[in-house]
Ligand binder design. Structure first.
Ligand SMILES: *[C@@H]1O[C@H](CO)[C@@H](O)[C@H](O)[C@H]1NC(C)=O
Ligand SMILES: *[C@@H]1O[C@H](CO)[C@@H](O)[C@H](O)[C@H]1NC(C)=O
Ligand SMILES: *[C@@H]1O[C@H](CO)[C@@H](O)[C@H](O)[C@H]1NC(C)=O
Ligand SMILES: *[C@@H]1O[C@H](CO)[C@@H](O)[C@H](O)[C@H]1NC(C)=O
Length: 836
């Protein structure tokens, strides 16, 4: 499927891609991206075209379960149409899916939707022509429908161009041959090429609210070739929807340009009104039916292929039209789709190779496919809505689909910080700007609306991670503001802590933990009670992020306070809880200090895996992971965890038992760091390698069902990227835990400092028998630590690893090789570099 698209690009010149400093020039890394990985099963991956961080994400919408991102790679599933907006990999309800187009070849001789054209959402459903009748590559998507109409589309940042190829249906003969009955034949002769536009529905049927409006007009497009202007049909629409994992509502504005329209009309529910040009504040399914000029469509230069352009804005139809006009100026040229697809692919190729240069030596094509596809998805979201922000007016960058920071702060944003620091700087400004205008840092946000908080207030984790890595390092004012925003999360309880900030602040201040019951989880908008153990653990770690930024800004008082508060995690440590012979687990507590018992295995793949989501409410103390796994989450002070668990050996036994027994989950974000957590114990590195490589090999692959959980705006993808690179970020800090790279060599150039980190291996074998680092040198000097500090990327360094098939007794086995911990003197106020 990919071969088709890759081949059509062979003629392009990629010379600009081989940046001079890149030691391993990549010709067309996008050719390794399989956009269909994770589009079946629970991955919820978005398969259509998008620019990096693109605001518009057009795609087919399948009428089948797990269609959160629209298209599901299930050739048997019905298709509603091709809508303009989607999210990637999210849980919650199916997200977005509005401004849907569907080409049809049908008979439009009645005003009722009966035997001819169909327009309402369920009636119009169609299918793919067959199991192989779709293909996808970065920047474009193609599909053949059972009607024999072929659809192709490509996207810029805010606009999409579509091509509907009616040529097979226009050859009436072939159509009639397919029809057995004379009645059908009669009708076939009256069939016409038609395009439906539905502006009121979305994937989870959240539409139907007001305000909404639609207008059909005729406009003269200036000619792109210097000839005379061409009259086309323009549809402006706006409609109201509600977010898929949040509250309130939002408007989507579309501007659709269609040439070759012979007649138009609107529909409301099952009734059409030919000639009508407006709809306002209606409550039905509604949209437009365009009948195309069959002869003009069949003639040159169109030859049966209708080009259509759509701009989408969150602010106004004028903006939507301006985006379409500015970003796809060549419309309605029949070549605009090819040009747009090539331009978007170029953007991807730059992003996939500008700062990261990967040697393909010894790496299979399948590995490269998994790696680059995962890297690609790490940059699909959040979406850049700069200058298109409906919530407040700002000159700063705006980003949306932060869905959710709970998922993305752990691995996606650290990856942006490493590979796309300028984009990360934009996101940081965007979240602090949200705080300035709306009062609170976002925790989860989609379709410009507030989403539900899951655990902590994890914008803190994202901010400290970027802070210690030097993002916006010169902008002292920015970081002063960011610190104030973080402090507000920690100190002031919002009326709606289920949507922003934290809940149970007063109770925690008094007790040192968030207690079960009303005091810890006050009734509030969007607030689901419970999760008090995991919320305590996350708030404590979020406090540590505040401490790190405070240290950098020379606020000793705050550093002291917030490192102390970060120790609250251990107030939930109950030494007498035993599970499978291991004792000492984090557990929730009541207001009076007594303990609430929850089986430490609960909320894991082994026990009630589905029982601990947000919508299950009270009844679970931990969110989406077990106490077994959360008991390993104190990244700022793992030395204390190791000691509470009975020392290094016992800790490692426990870690291995947890993974072997299914008490932890690599298919959900908190499981990522848990998989690398053996590195916090002496001699643990080899166990991390066994676990991580084992899990990634078994549960991540290049098939359409190749993900063990929701991709969560690319979080699963970013885990794969880190695993291939051979190290993993302890998000919030400057520390990376070492695994063993699954690439033989690569270089990362820091976009801020211009310095390059080079990784080289000796003994790399394609079969991965040599899966352990047996010795290492950093800039020529022996290196035995189980971790790296971000300085190697900021200042540049060369790490040379010698790999072998047997773990070494001298690599990462001494006390001095362990990552920093507060209780052993790490992360000190004046530590330099910060965050390590
Ligand atoms: C976001 O969009 C703005 C406006 O189009 C642009 O200037 C900025 O570079 C974009 N940011 C990223 C990270 O692409
Ligand atoms: C943090 O908690 C641990 C475990 O209860 C305890 O041993 C340690 O003294 C505490 N540290 C501080 C700084 O309070
Ligand atoms: C742990 O919890 C149990 C109740 O489940 C309680 O009886 C016990 O006192 C607690 N242990 C400690 C050390 O707090
Ligand atoms: C591919 O990944 C999926 C999801 O984790 C898994 O169920 C499946 O077994 C894997 N397939 C192979 C061949 O490893």
């Amino acid at each position: 499927m990919l071969a088709y698209a890759a081949a059509s690009y062979a003629a392009l010149n990629y010379a600009f891609l081989s940046a001079l400093s890149a030691p391993y020039p990549a010709k067309d890394p996008a050719s390794y991206v399989n956009t269909l990985i994770g589009t079946l099963g629970g991955g919820h991956v978005f398969a259509g075209p998008s620019t990096p961080f693109g605001s518009i994400k057009p795609g087919l919408d399948s009428d089948v379960g797990n269609n959160q991102a629209g298209f599901v790679s299930d050739a048997g599933a019905a298709i509603f149409g091709i809508s303009a907006l989607h999210d990637d990999g999210t849980g919650g309800r199916p997200s977005l899916g509005m401004s849907s187009l569907l080409p049809q070849y049908c008979q439009l001789d009645t005003h009722e939707e009966d035997s001819g054209c169909k327009w309402t959402r369920n009636a119009r459903r169609t299918h793919l022509a067959g199991p192989q009748s779709f293909s996808s590559a970065p920047g474009e998507f193609h599909a053949s429908l059972e009607s024999l109409i072929e659809v192709s589309f490509a996207a810029t940042d805010h606009a999409a161009v579509y091509q509907f190829d009616y040529s097979k249906t226009l050859e009436r003969g072939s159509w009639v041959v397919d029809q057995r009955k004379a009645e059908r034949e009669r009708r076939a002769n009256n069939m016409e090429p038609v395009l439906m536009f539905d502006y009121m529905t979305d994937l989870s049927n959240s539409g139907g609210g007001t305000p909404n409006s639609l207008r059909i007009e005729t406009v003269d497009l200036p000619s792109t070739q210097g000839g005379k202007a061409q009259a086309i049909t323009r549809i402006r629409s706006s409609a109201t929807f509600s977010p898929s994992f949040g509250v309130g509502n939002f408007q989507v504005y579309a501007c659709l340009d269609v040439p070759l329209v012979r007649s138009s009309g609107v529909y409301q529910s099952t009734v059409s009104t030919p000639g009508a040009t407006e709809l306002t504040d209606i409550y039905d399914e509604a949209g437009v039916i365009l009948t195309l000029d069959r002869d003009a469509l069949a003639a040159a230069p169109y030859a049966g292929v209708l080009p259509v352009r759509m701009g989408i804005s969150w602010v106004s139809t004028d903006s939507a039209c301006a985006f379409a006009f500015d970003e796809i100026p060549a419309f309605p040229s029949t070549r605009s789709l090819t040009a747009v697809a090539a331009q978007t692919r170029t953007k991807w190729n730059r992003l996939l190779s500008d700062t990261l240069s990967v040697s393909h030596d010894g790496v299979s094509d399948d590995d490269l496919t998994l790696f680059y596809s995962s890297l690609y998805r790490s940059f699909l979201s959040p979406n850049n809505v700069t200058a298109d922000n409906p919530r407040f007016s700002t000159t700063k960058p705006s980003f949306d689909s932060l869905y959710c920071i709970w998922d993305s702060a752990r691995t996606i944003h650290p990856l942006w910080t490493l590979l796309a620091p300028k984009a990360q700087a934009d996101v940081l400004q965007a979240i602090v700007e949200i705080q300035r205008h709306e009062g609170w840092l976002p925790d989860c946000r989609m379709s410009t609306s507030k989403g539900y908080t899951q655990g902590g207030s994890n914008a803190e984790m994202m901010l400290s991670d970027s802070y210690v890595k030097g993002i916006l390092g010169d902008d002292v004012q920015f970081w002063q503001d960011a610190l104030q925003a973080m402090l507000k999360d920690a100190q002031v309880e919002p009326a709606s802590w289920g949507l922003v900030g934290r809940g149970g602040i007063a109770a925690r201040a008094k007790l040192g933990y968030v207690p079960r019951g009303e005091w810890g989880s006050p009734s509030a908008t969007g607030a689901t009670p419970g999760r008090t153990a995991s919320r305590t653990i996350e708030y404590a770690y979020n406090d540590f992020s505040i401490a790190l930024v405070s240290a950098g800004l020379k606020r000793r008082d705050l550093y002291d306070t917030y490192t102390r508060l970060s120790n609250d995690t251990f107030n939930l440590w109950n030494t007498s809880i035993v599970s499978d012979g291991f004792s000492g687990f984090l557990q929730a507590r009541e207001e009076d200090g007594t303990w609430a018992y929850q089986d430490p295995r609960r909320c894991s793949p082994a026990l009630e895996p589905m029982g601990c989501f947000l919508d299950r409410g009270e009844g679970h103390d931990f969110y989406e992971a077990s106490s077994w796994q959360y008991s390993l989450f104190a990244p700022h002070d793992m030395a204390t965890v190791v000691s509470l668990m009975g020392g290094h050996e016992r800790y490692i036994e426990r870690y291995n038992h947890m993974w072997a027994s299914g008490y932890a989950d690599i298919g959900d974000e908190p499981g990522f760091l848990a998989a690398y957590s053996a590195n916090f114990a002496r001699g643990g590195y080899r166990h991390t390698v066994d676990t991580v490589i084992g899990l990634v090999r078994a549960q991540f692959n290049t098939s359409t069902a190749g993900l063990p959980g929701n991709d969560d705006v690319g979080a699963m993808g970013s885990l794969v990227v880190w695993t291939y690179l051979g190290f993993f970020p302890v998000a919030g800090t400057g520390v990376y835990l070492l695994g063993t790279p699954l690439l033989s060599a690569y270089a990362v150039t820091n976009d801020i400092t211009g310095k390059t980190f080079r990784l080289k291996t000796k003994g790399f074998d394609a079969a991965r028998r040599n899966k352990y680092i047996v010795s290492a040198t950093l800039d020529g000097k022996p290196y035995t630590k189980s971790w790296l500090c971000h300085t190697v990327f900021a200042q540049g360094a060369t790490l040379e690893l010698t790999l072998g098939d047997t773990p070494s007794p001298t690599f990462a086995t001494a006390d001095g090789d362990l990552p920093p911990s507060l209780s052993t003197g790490g992360y000190a106020y004046d530590s330099n570099p910060p965050g390590c």
